[in-house]
Design a protein around this ligand. Sequence first.
Ligand SMILES: [Zn+2]
Length: 109
Amino acid sequence: MSPRHSIDFCPICGGGLCGLRIYGIGENSPANTPPHGLVICDECEAIWLEPDTSTVHVYPDLENPVSPVSGEPLWGETSRWATIEDIKQLGWLDAVNRDLDVGGEEKIV
Ligand SMILES: [Zn+2]
């Protein structure tokens, strides 16, 4: 599945999209962990903790890919590709490149 909203093409692999994901959602999310965001390349899985690909990136453990912030599964049910509402909640709206949106039916309200 492609990211709904991305900030840029991936500077590491060149072909992926740096998509925004939200973590710490749903009833099985880790206790006492507020929702947080990650930027993840949908091809090489490079991870940025900030919506800025000039900052340091990390790679998940291939055997057990988890969020470097909370330790929850990188692709589990406590996360999703962020919607515009999610991105608003994260305060990352300014980082979104609307030209890279998938779907495009969502509008910023
Ligand atoms: Zn990449």
